[in-house]
Design a protein around this ligand. Structure first.
Ligand SMILES: NC(=O)c1ccc[n+]([C@@H]2O[C@H](COP(=O)([O-])OP(=O)(O)OC[C@H]3O[C@@H](n4cnc5c(N)ncnc54)[C@H](O)[C@@H]3O)[C@@H](O)[C@H]2O)c1
Length: 441
């Protein structure tokens, strides 16, 4: 039987083994999606500690329960391993490794390349390889394909290759991986057909597109759209504040328009692994093509200036209370980059902390999801632990800065006990009493 037919059969009967490379915020939920659809998933990661924890039935991602991991590992439907030679056992290999920026803010494809080399070393006829990591258009064809084909196997004939971007929305209980439509572009029609067949077994809707480049560009468009629109409301926030108009009320009113408007909200800056990074993958390509991407650069500039705006608001609020930042006790609420997640990557809270410490603030923090401040590549912050959010703790602060609006926070309690609040998320909108203590930023 030709390799493609055997693979199609295995996908249809769910006997195909699905290998996921990179068991992070994207890879682990993806493994769960396939296991829940009836497949056996092999999970590959170079981080030996992650594999050890998974084998011990322990989750490291808040919304994936440990007992579920333990039961799948015991049942043999989830096989975590750091032995990359076992990639040969998987029928489909889905790559979910990081795609960060380098120091010079260029795409860092080193993880994708090293994974592709590992896959190439184990590649056998009849396997489907899908890149899921966010990247610039052309990566699957120009970077991954040559590495995989170097050993002599031919894409579209011996093995199959596609790109399908991940659209995870961490913290959004309404949209687990299963419920989010998946865009798929194949390097040829056979690869597309097989990738569509595979994802159709596990997710609500599969959207086939004509090429991997379209699927790659689609993901970058989605994230650039967010970055640009967030920059727009951030800029309007600053302008409207000068006019004494509340931007949050303006957006709330505009959002009642049933067509042609989608609400985006201002904040203390951009965070997460996607929106502050992905648009720069596109501007890097544009630079090579000698074309400026002014929207992307401008959005980056405005969003990056937001922490400075917030600090100016903290300075003003303390000033009104007759206090300098130096020596003032400031508590930051939230270091996760968005509400209800335990992911601190690229969080604007780190920049805010750095700016406050540089001005001599006596800084502490609380985050129910992040008990200890992790060390971050770009920030040199002292070790800190999340403080207990008691009435005494709040009352002892000169200023409480709301950086992340976790659902767990009781805003009325916080406003009742804090002397001064600076709110970057409009988190205190429902608070009725002590409004004079609240400054929006
Ligand atoms: N986190 C999100 O919300 C999100 C959403 C959509 C898309 N993405 C994209 O998905 C990709 C993965 O992001 P993430 O947030 O899951 O990253 P992550 O850092 O949480 O996980 C990546 C994992 O890959 C592992 N890894 C690195 N190199 C490896 C290798 N050579 N072999 C095996 N494992 C390796 C790491 O140890 C880590 O566990 C990125 O391209 C990101 O832009 C992320």
């Amino acid at each position: 039987m030709p390799d493609s037919l055997a693979l199609a059969d295995a996908i249809r009967s769910q006997t195909a083994k699905v290998g996921i490379v990179g068991l992070g915020y994207v890879g682990l939920p993806l493994a769960r999606t396939f296991i829940e659809a009836g497949f056996t998933a092999m999970g590959f990661d170079v981080d030996a500690e992650k594999i050890r924890r998974l084998l011990a039935g322990e989750s490291y991602i808040a919304h994936i329960p440990s007992p579920w991991i333990a039961s799948c590992v015991a049942a043999g439907t989830f096989i975590p391993t750091s032995d990359m030679a076992r990639l040969a056992e998987a029928d489909a290999i889905l790559i979910c490794v990081p795609t960060p920026l380098s120091e010079s803010r260029d795409p860092d494809l080193s993880y994708v390349e090293s994974t592709a080399r590992q896959v190439a070393a184990a590649l056998r006829p009849g396997q489907l390889v899908v890149l899921e990591s966010t990247t610039y258009p052309g990566t699957t064809r120009d970077v991954v394909l040559p590495i995989l084909s170097a050993g002599g196997l031919v894409a579209g004939k011996d093995y199959f290759l596609a790109y399908s971007p991940e659209r995870e929305d961490p913290g959004n209980a309404d949209f687990s991986t299963t419920r989010i439509p998946k865009v798929v572009g194949g390097i040829d029609s056979q690869s597309l057909e097989l990738a569509v067949a595979l994802y159709s077994q596990a997710v609500v809707q599969v959207v086939p597109v004509a090429s991997p480049e379209i699927a790659e560009a689609c993901k970058i468009l989605e994230n650039t759209y967010r970055a640009v629109n967030i920059a727009l409301v951030n800029e309007l926030k600053v302008l409207l504040d000068r006019m004494n108009v509340d931007v949050w009320e303006v957006i709330r009113a505009a959002a009642t328009k049933p067509f042609g408007f989608q609400a985006f909200y201002p904040g203390p800056g951009l965070g997460g692994h996607c929106i502050p990074i992905d648009p720069f993958y596109l501007s890097w390509v544009a630079r090579k093509l000698e074309m400026p991407t002014r929207f992307i650069e401008l959005a980056g500039e405005i969003n990056a200036s937001m922490p400075h705006y917030v600090i100016a608001k903290v300075v003003d609020a303390l000033n009104e209370a007759g206090k300098p930042v130096r020596g003032s006790k400031i508590a930051m609420l939230g270091v996760a980059y968005k509400k209800d997640v335990d992911d601190p990557r690229e969080s604007p809270s780190f920049k805010l902390m750095e700016l406050l410490l540089a001005r001599g603030a006596k800084l502490t923090y609380n985050d129910p999801h992040i008990p200890t401040l992790p060390s971050m590549r770009h920030y040199d912050l002292p070790p800190m632990k999340s403080q207990e959010l008691t009435a005494q703790y709040l009352a002892a602060q000169d200023c409480v800065l709301i950086a992340t609006d976790h659902t767990a926070y009781d805003w009325s309690f916080i406003a009742k006990n804090a002397r001064l609040l600076v709110d970057t998320r409009n988190a205190t909108r429902g608070v009725k009493e002590h409004r004079e203590r609240i400054h929006k930023a």
